[in-house]
Design a protein around this ligand. Structure first.
Ligand SMILES: Nc1ncnc2c1ncn2[C@@H]1O[C@H](COP(=O)(O)OP(=O)(O)OP(=O)(O)O)[C@@H](O)[C@H]1O
Ligand SMILES: [Mg+2]
Length: 255
């Protein structure tokens, strides 16, 4: 195959205002399949706003957003939910694990509305937990896990359906540097396996260690180190643009 991998995220002139706050100002950003990218910037600069727009959790005030080839303006809320469910995994600073729920169930519950039988949900969850190095902690509840382990459970849940795009908002923000390094190494592993990964971080060392760095200030992208060469060797899944089946989901799956 020739040429660059096709974009999984395209933002063109994207702005977001909240009342009189301009959180994001005419952002242009193209992220190709297989990239691992850091988004850095001061508090309040618009990083989470941009990630939420990429994640289709929020619609922009102006501009065009294409995710995996789909112009999100042309999708209904229901279609957008289907696109999100099939394409995007999310990881946040706070791990969002329900208290008292064992790791295996926390992860398997991510497939509750997938139509898969319980046994298969648990098998897939177990293999996702093994993938993040937690095969020996399947029955542990959140209070029995370290911070780094909790974040790895959250990552296992996010990558369960093997989404092509993983969005992480300060995934190491609540971790000590050693646990943070394990999480970042895991994100590298996911990228090597073909996942496109976008990480918001305050940590300059982490940002500097990733292949691409985008800096935001006052809602502007003020620096982009740009796409790196060599992505052609990366496994590209997903076929041609528009190939994603947007099959209607059961009502309860539309979040
Ligand atoms: N729902 C909202 N309503 C009003 N203002 C908002 C809303 N969400 C964000 N903002 C404002 O938009 C700006 C950008 O916020 P955003 O959360 O994107 O910053 P950030 O770069 O992620 O910051 P941090 O590093 O502290 O997480 C901030 O000034 C914030 O106060
Ligand atoms: Mg933020």
């Amino acid at each position: 195959m020739t040429g660059s991998p096709r974009p999984v995220v395209e933002l063109h002139g994207v702005s977001k205002t909240y009342g009189d706050v301009a959180a994001l100002k005419s952002a242009d950003l193209v992220i190709r399949r297989g990239e691992l990218l850091a988004v850095v910037g001061p508090s309040g600069s618009g990083k989470s706003t941009m990630l939420n727009i990429m994640g289709t959790l929020d619609r922009p005030t102006a501009g065009t957003v294409r995710i995996d080839g789909y112009d999100i303006d042309r999708l209904s809320d229901r279609e957008l939910s289907a696109l999100r469910a099939g394409t995007i995994g999310f990881v946040f600073q706070q791990f969002h694990l329900a208290p008292g729920v064992p790791a295996l169930d926390s992860v398997a519950n991510g497939l509750l509305y997938s139509g898969r039988p319980r046994g298969e949900r648990r098998r897939l969850a177990e293999s996702a937990l093994r993938r993040v190095g937690l095969g020996h902690r399947l029955g542990h509840e959140p209070h029995q896990l370290s911070g780094g382990e909790k974040q790895r459970v959250a990552i296992a849940r996010a990558v369960l359906g093997d989404p092509p795009l993983l969005l992480a908002d300060e995934p190491t923000g609540a971790l000590d540097s050693r646990s943070g390094a394990v999480v970042i190494e895991l994100l590298h592993d996911l990228q090597r396996a073909g996942t496109t990964v976008v990480v918001i971080t305050h940590d300059r060392d982490i940002a500097g260690s990733l292949p691409r760095e985008v800096r935001i200030k006052d809602g502007h992208i003020e620096h982009d180190s740009g796409i790196v060469d060599g992505l052609d060797s990366i496994d590209r899944r997903g076929g041609t643009p528009g190939a994603l089946p947007l099959a209607p989901l059961p009502e309860e799956a539309v979040r």
